[in-house]
Structures are given as C-alpha cells and as structure tokens.
Design a protein around this ligand. Structure first.
Ligand code: PRX
Length: 654
C-alpha cells in the first residue's frame, strides 16, 4: 500500500443482535466475553497459560509459557508434554465412549457411524500398523485421501505416535502431490484406490503411482484404502491394502507423550510465488486454540450435530473436522462428495436426515446454492439448525442475508470467521451469544488475539473506515511455527515488512465505528484506480447485490490513465447473455455499481460467463482472471480447474 489511503466505500448498516434464546443457553455471553478480554489484555501470557492448564490434559505440565528468545519463531508451553490424539479421544472414553463421534455419508449414499470408543480403537489399530511399518515420531506421512472417516483416523493415528502428517487435498494433481512429498521428505503415503465426487471416481492411487514414478526417493511404503471399485495397481514390497495393514493389530496403542512444540502437521498453501509453502504447526498450542474456538464459537453442546463441510485437505478440515470438535467431544458429520450431487438439495438433505444443528461452510458454496433458487432448501426440514458459520473469504451481504433468511429461517446467528492456514484456528469472529452481527463483517478478534490494522509505517489505523494491513500484534499459541525447510521465507513473508514487530496476515481490512473488522481481501487483490485504493471484494459484493447477479469476480488490469482499471467477470442467475443482450446489461450493472459504491468503482469491463474459474476447493483463480483481463498468455497451471471449458467465455471468444 502506498501513502494513499485504502478507502472503504461499502456501507452496510444492518445489525443482528444475538437472540434471547441463544444468550440464555450459550457458554459465553457478553459479560463472560468481556471478562476474558480483560484477563487477556491484563496478562497475555497468563491468560493463555491458564487456559492451557484448564483445557488440555498434560503428561508433563509446562512451566514456561512463551519462549520468545528466537522471535519471530515463537514457542509455547515449551517444557510441557502431551498427546493430541489422547486429548481428542481417550479423554472422552469414560464419559462419552458410546456417543457418536462421526456420522459419515458417502456420495453414493452409504452411511456409517463411529462412536468415540470405535473411533479410538480404529485409530489405535492404524497407529500400530504405522509403527509396524517402521514409522516413528518426527517422520512425515502424506495423506492423500477422499473425505472418509479413514482420513481422520489416519491423521489421529499419526498424532498418536508423533508422526507429522501432511494432508494433500484429493483434488490436487499427481504433480502437486509429488512436489509436496519431495518438499516434506515423506516416508509414507496413505491413499485410497479412488474417491467419489460429482458422480465420478477420482483415482487417487493411480495419481499416487504417477507421482511416485517421477522420483520420490524418500517414500518407502504406501497404504491403500479400498474405497471404490475402480481397481488399481499394487506394487509388491511397497503397497499394502489398509485392511491388511490393520489386520491382527491391537486396538490399544498407548499415546506417545510429545513435547508441546513437536510438529503436529504440515499443510501446504499457496503463496505469492509459484512454490507452495509447507505451513508447520506445533502440537499443544494448536490443540488449545482448536479446542477453545470449537467450544466458544460453535457453542458445541453434547446434543449438537456439527457439520463443517470443508475437506480435510484444507486447514478448516483439520481444525474443525479432525481435531477441534473431537477435542470437545462433539458429534461431527463427514460427507464425501460434491454439494450438488445428485442435485442441489444434497447439503440440505444431509442436514435434515442427520439432524445437523451447526453448519459451517464457505461463502462460495452459499452463493452457488443460492443461485439454484429458494425452492430447493424449502423442500427440506432445516428446523434443527441453530447456528450457521462461514469461512474462507468475505461473504457479501446479499449471500449473508440469504443464508440467514432461507437457511437459518432468521433464527440462527451467523458466525463469519476470519482466519488462515497460518493462524491454526479462528482469530476474528462473532461469539453467537454475545456479539451483534453485521452482514459481511467478521466483527471482533477473540480474547487473546491482538488483531490490529496498521498503515504503511506500521502505525495503528484509528480512523474508522480507513483501510490498512491486518496484523496480529502478539504471538498466540496456534500460530504457525515456520515454513517447512525455509525459515527465511517464514520471516520474509510474515514478519519482515514491519521489522518483526507483528504478524502480517497479507489481508487488507478496515474497522467501522463500532470497531468491527471488515476484511477487504488479499493485499494483492487491492487495486489502485485513479489514485483511489479499492478492495476488489467490495466491488464484487456490490455486483452480487444486484438481483440478476449470482457471482462476480473483479480483478485489475493495467490502464494508461487510471493506473489500474476494474475488470469484472459476472455470472448471472439466469442464462448468460449473448449478442445484443450484452450491452444493456453491462450498462445496467455499471450504473448499479456506481450507485452502490460511487462512480470510481464502476468496472471498465464486464464479461459474462456461465461459471467462474475455481479450484476444486472453490477458490476463484484470480491470477488466471488477471492474466485474461490483461490479455496475457496463460502460463498458469489450469489442471485444477473444475470447469476448463469456460476459459473461452472468459476470454470473450465465445
Ligand atoms: O483472505 C483471507 C481469507 O482466506 C485467507 C486464508 O486462506 P486459507 O489459508 O486458505 O484459509 C481459509 C480457511 C481458514 C485469508 O487470508 N479469509 C478467510 N476467512 C475469511 C477470509 N476473508 C474474509 N472473511 C473471512 N471470514
């Protein structure tokens, strides 16, 4: 950002206070939340130490809370020992052994339930299988699985013996898998013959074979779950079926006490360069944050059924599928397949049939389902839902209101949760029984999270609605520890810009008069149009507020006079216009944005498409859109595109 202000021009004034019902039944009301904030503000380390002692079961209690001697490589609870898997499973056996831990539904409709006792036994059997294949604490194990209970079992089994898992999303290609295996120096891959998605079989073992054939010298063994009938090659001496690996293994496995800082997992995420970063998380601090946020933000009670729709290949599927909800003894739903398979009612049908009470998903899914019309969710009984959540990108107020009205029947609070792979858990979010929400705002930082907005000079931005860099001023237990194998990049990416004074999230944000945070998008999605800095997300939000628009993505393209011009890709609720129908709609939408935000925000170009280019995780491929908008050659890997055919529409060739 230059010295010019980053201006926020989206006005959203609606407020939704927590309902009386919710306030009465919740764990954290406004008073208890204020007390936590006061405690954290008065003694940051003491606050975290107290919670770590209360919430976690330690094999060796810690005496050192925070070691900052190697800052910005902060370390927490450094002389303590515990086991993450024991804290997610064994702690519940006496009181909740028969309670359902996982309700699973395959895309083809197959169902399975695992109680805490059954899950623990499966995890132990698999942990013993890992040991008997020579896996030891500190070894890296790559997990490349469909969204089935065995994915969680594999993660928990690694945690139980101190192996460091690195889950690779099943939608990634063989080449991505190869790069991640190599970077992590993994000894083992755990995969499946195939998983089901959108009526197709994703042949994971075949992709694994391709990856390994390209030279992954550190891999000694592969365990393969039989999940589909697609068949696959098994290489003698290297590959074992899951069923054979666990056959005869004991269903008890003593959890290994591990140092609090022992790496729990690596998770690769994209950075500003082409090479993904292996974000490294530690054990105790991560578990503490996963536990607290699951309890506080999702308000999990014993009779709740919690469904976080994220795949375990993403951090959300780590913290709010595989670890946090289990740590608090919740019942979770796992679904293998696509949200719209066999039709757009699948999510709502799962909510109805399994009695989901708390539902957590991404704005992109909400918008996609909104586009299909209100009559689909209306066919399902969603009355058990009591809390809704979103994560991963700013939610435009229109989609928020739809979620609130059509899915939540105006009854359910919405928690818009801001966090990142790097932060380990939710950082900025409403507490459902304590915080009045505003559509599009993630509201306030949690107690113990010193989020702030600073300007170019690193000074706190105090003026309402003036944007800046989103930073976190003090270390927190769940923060990433480093980038695997590249600590310089860790320091450079997150700390160097402000001389290691605070963690730089890479997002821009502003605060309103109530001190609520509004995330404006990644720094690299912020444009400078005629000297005005504009968040592309705000323009998108305005476009989506138009009744004809379902989705929009806005990027910048170079402009001789303005510096940068806005280029908008728009998906309509109805058919894509062609021929003479295009121009009037472009005019209408430009005028609309002008009205919503001001003339400066009117896109110079608007192009209509049937879909936006997205990765399998649902993230819009903005770099690709920028390249197209600028008329550049596409050099980017488009193999992860859900819908490669739309490239022509985006280019305007169709
Ligand atoms: O830009 C922010 C956006 O997603 C980024 C983090 O992406 P990832 O590491 O893939 O993790 C996503 C799931 C935690 C952030 O830098 N983001 C995440 N949550 C929100 C968000 N943007 C706005 N509002 C949110 N609630």
């Amino acid at each position: 950002m230059t010295d010019k202000k980053l201006e926020s021009i989206l006005q959203e004034d609606r407020q939704f206070p927590p309902s009386a019902d919710f306030v009465a039944g919740t764990r954290l009301n406004a008073d208890s939340l204020a007390a936590l904030h006061a405690a954290a503000d008065a003694d940051h380390e003491g606050y975290w130490a107290g919670l770590a002692r209360e919430e976690l079961q330690w094999d060796q209690p810690f005496t050192v809370t925070l070691d900052d001697s190697a800052a910005p490589n902060y370390r927490w609870f450094t002389d303590g020992e515990l086991n993450v898997s024991a804290n997610c499973l064994d702690v519940h056996l006496a009181t909740r052994g028969d309670k359902t831990a996982i309700i699973f539904e395959g895309e083809g409709g197959d169902k399975r339930r695992l109680s805490y006792r059954e899950l623990t036994a499966e995890v132990c059997r698999f942990a013993n299988a890992l040991k008997s294949q020579g896996i030891e604490a500190g070894d890296r194990v790559v997990i490349y699985m469909p969204m089935v209970p065995e994915a969680v079992i594999a993660m928990q089994a690694c945690a139980r013996i101190g192996a460091v898992h690195s889950v690779v999303f099943g939608g990634f290609s063989a080449n991505s898998l190869r790069d991640r295996i190599r970077d992590a120096g993994a000894r083992m891959v755990i995969t499946a013959d195939g998983g089901h998605r959108g009526g197709q079989i994703v042949e994971l073992k075949a992709a694994t074979d391709t990856a390994l054939a390209q030279g992954c010298d550190t891999i000694e063994s592969v365990i393969v779950l039989k999940r589909s009938d697609c068949g696959c090659d098994m290489q003698a001496g290297r590959d074992t079926w899951w069923a054979d690996a666990v056959a005869g293994q004991s269903d008890t496995c003593e959890p290994t006490p591990l140092n609090a800082e022992h790496p729990l997992f690596l998770l690769y995420t994209s950075g500003s360069t082409g090479k993904p970063k292996g974000i490294q998380h530690a054990s105790a601090g991560y578990l503490l944050h996963a536990t607290l946020t699951s309890r506080w933000i999702f308000d999990l009670h014993d009779d709740d059924v919690f469904w976080c729709t994220a795949d375990v290949g993403w951090v959300t599927g780590h913290t709010y599928v595989a670890y946090g909800p289990l740590a608090v003894g919740a019942t979770i739903v796992m679904y293998e397949g696509a949200p719209t398979y066999p039709d757009g009612g699948r999510f709502w049908s799962i909510c109805q049939r399994h009695g989901v009470t708390i539902f957590y998903t991404a704005p992109t899914a909400i918008r996609a389902l909104m586009k299909l019309g209100d009559d689909i969710p209306a066919q399902y009984d969603l009355s058990k839902l009591r809390l809704l959540g979103t994560v991963g990108e700013p939610i435009n107020p229109e989609a928020w209101i739809w979620y609130h009205t059509v899915i939540g029947n105006k009854r359910c609070p919405i928690v818009d949760t801001w966090w990142q792979t790097e932060t380990g858990g939710i950082m900025i979010s409403p507490l459902p029984g304590a915080t009045a929400t505003k559509p599009g705002s993630c509201t306030r930082a949690l107690p113990g999270i010193q989020a702030d907005i600073v300007d170019e000079a690193g000074e706190s931005v105090t003026q309402a609605d003036q944007g800046g860099y989103l930073v976190v001023r003090k270390p927190w237990p769940a923060m990433l520890r480093t980038i695997w194998g590249d600590n310089d990049r860790y320091v450079e990416t997150y700390w160097a810009q402000f001389q290691n004074r605070f963690y730089v999230a890479g997002d821009s944000a502003h605060r309103d008069n109530d001190g609520y945070f509004w995330i404006m998008g990644r720094i690299d999605d912020v444009l400078n149009v005629s000297g005005h800095r504009l968040g592309t997300m705000e323009v998108e939000s305005a476009l989506v507020a138009h009744e004809k628009v379902a989705e929009a993505a806005v990027v910048g393209r170079p402009h001789d006079v303005k510096g940068e011009a806005l280029f908008a890709y728009v998906v309509l609720r109805g058919d894509r216009p062609t021929g003479d129908a295009v121009e009037p709609l472009v005019k209408e939408l430009r005028a609309w944005v002008g009205e919503e935000l001001g003339a400066i925000a009117k896109p110079d170009d608007i192009r209509f498409a049937d879909n936006l280019p997205k990765t399998r995780s649902g993230k819009i491929m903005r770099r690709l859109l920028r390249a197209i908008a600028s008329g550049e050659e596409i050099t980017q890997d488009v193999s992860t595109l859900e819908n490669p055919a739309i490239l022509e529409q985006l280019r305007g060739d169709d």
